[in-house]
Design a protein around this ligand. Structure first.
Ligand SMILES: *Cc1c(COP(=O)(O)O)cnc(C)c1O
Ligand SMILES: [Zn+2]
Length: 446
């Protein structure tokens, strides 16, 4: 056992430390969410330079578990897990892709896309799920009675949960809103052998259901209100800074649904500040679909006097960005704290804006998921409003792989997406198998 200490504590500051081996998601005193807290003193035995050197050296290691972007930063994430309990797909260390050509169309000099969807199940959810499922595996080995792990999902959480649970041999149970996830997202848990419950409701309805089903603690809740996932997702911040040679970008733009990931981002930056790896903060912009924009509305009213009782959830409407079709985000309070601490802003994108910028980004060589498109559309608006300046160094968090959303790309290019004008469509040309016909077609197309 190391000297490192991590435990759950209340985000409202109630006293009490709860072991990570306990099945607990809420503060027993006030009912608010918990977070994983790391005692800083043992971590501060190494200075910022030493941590940077350690993390850079581990980047050279291609073996289990250091080849994982998460487990190579294990002391900061889940310090006391034993190697035998780690369930990993070598997630993380995803590309920080310079998008030069696309950046020019936004009048930006430096734009990077952090490709968090380049992972085993195709979304950033793998980054948190490796932590949660490893912890569950450890608890089961130590004798805790856990029958299964369960989550409500807009598609990607269930894919990640079922994959990691299957790797570990733990039964998984997922609640999906019927007809609101893509085919790729639906087939992943089915193929991985999860119990898949397709409910006639939306995500918020599935979330309410999974809370009831997991209330007796024999089934472990894997949604992001379980703050173990935030610990893994925190690595996104650390990794980006590492990839920039330990420089801090001016802006990070990130899509927001349940708002766990923006909280994770802030936590990662805060930990680097506390441990001396960086000296300044980036600013954070959260992007929401206009069809599901409770945080945007709260931001318009001013976050300075935000209070949870006054927060207005919305009924999320159908959006191309289905993974963020959430009206009542679980991590709203954590997200507001993060925005206040990082001089944050919130911007929204309409369906037409999402569809168009997605097609434009793809034409510049990307292949973005609709949530990344929401983020790019928000970035373009913030740039036009001069909130983000031309010289600012910007990182966009891309949350899923575009291939998970092929159906809507097909529909866009066919021009059959409801209420969307496909201004950038590109259609395959059907021709006979005849050289003359091919040459004639090329003469007009090239
Ligand atoms: C889960 C998810 C989001 C939203 O993340 P939150 O932590 O819920 O805000 C965004 N994009 C994709 C692709 C997702 O799967
Ligand atoms: Zn409390």
């Amino acid at each position: 056992m190391s000297n490192y200490q991590a435990y759950f504590r209340c985000i409202s500051g109630c006293a009490g430390k709860h072991s990570l081996d306990e099945v607990v998601y809420h503060c027993p005193t006030c009912g608010n969410l918990l977070e994983v807290h790391h005692e800083l003193t043992p971590l501060q035995e190494q200075n910022g330079t030493q941590w940077k050197k350690k993390f850079d050296e581990r980047r050279q290691d291609y073996r289990f578990p250091m080849a994982s972007g998460i487990w190579s930063k294990k002391e900061w994430i889940l310090p006391n897990i034993e190697d035998q309990d780690i369930v990993t797909t070598f997630e993380g260390f995803t590309p920080l892709l310079p998008a030069e050509r696309f950046a020019r169309s936004l009048d930006l000099s430096e734009l990077y896309i952090k490709q968090c969807g380049n992972t085993h199940t195709g979304s950033f959810k793998d980054l948190g799920m490796t932590v949660l499922v490893s912890q569950v595996k450890a608890m089961i080995r130590k004798g805790k009675k856990i029958r299964a792990v369960a989550a409500a999902s807009t598609g990607d959480t269930s894919a990640a949960l079922s994959a990691y649970a299957a790797l570990a041999g733990i039964p998984s149970l997922v609640f999906l809103p019927r007809n609101k996830v893509s085919i790729a997202q639906l087939i992943q848990p089915v193929a991985n052998g999860a119990i898949v419950l397709s409910l006639d409701t939306d995500f918020d309805g599935c979330m309410a259901m999974v809370k009831k089903i997991t209330a007796d603690n024999s089934i472990y809740l894997a949604n992001s209100m379980n703050s173990l996932r935030v610990e893994g997702q925190k690595s996104i911040a650390i990794e980006m800074v590492q990839q920039l040679g330990w420089q801090v970008p001016d802006w990070v733009v990130i899509p927001g649904g349940n708002l766990g990931n923006v909280s994770a981002l802030g936590k990662g930056f805060q930990m680097m500040l506390d441990l001396g790896l960086i000296q300044k903060k980036p600013r954070i912009a959260v992007a929401q679909a206009q069809q599901a924009n409770p945080l945007y509305r709260a931001f318009q009213k001013g976050l300075d006097n935000f209070s949870l009782p006054a927060f207005e959830a919305v009924q999320a409407q159908k959006t191309l960005a289905s993974a963020i079709q959430i009206g009542n985000p679980v991590s709203i309070e954590k997200a507001v704290k993060t925005l206040l601490s990082f001089q944050g802003v919130v911007e929204e994108a309409t369906e037409q804006e999402i569809a168009d910028i997605s097609a434009r980004a793809d034409r510049a060589g990307l292949f973005v998921c609709p949530h990344t498109a929401v983020t790019l559309a928000a970035l373009e608006k913030l740039r036009q409003q001069q909130v983000i300046q031309k010289q600012d160094q910007v990182i966009v968090i891309s949350t899923a792989h575009g291939l998970k959303f092929s159906e809507q790309k097909v529909q866009y290019h066919e021009g059959t997406l409801e209420q969307i004008t496909s201004s950038y469509k590109n259609q395959p040309v059907s021709l006979p198998n005849d050289e003359k016909a091919v040459r004639e077609a090329l003469a007009s197309l090239l």
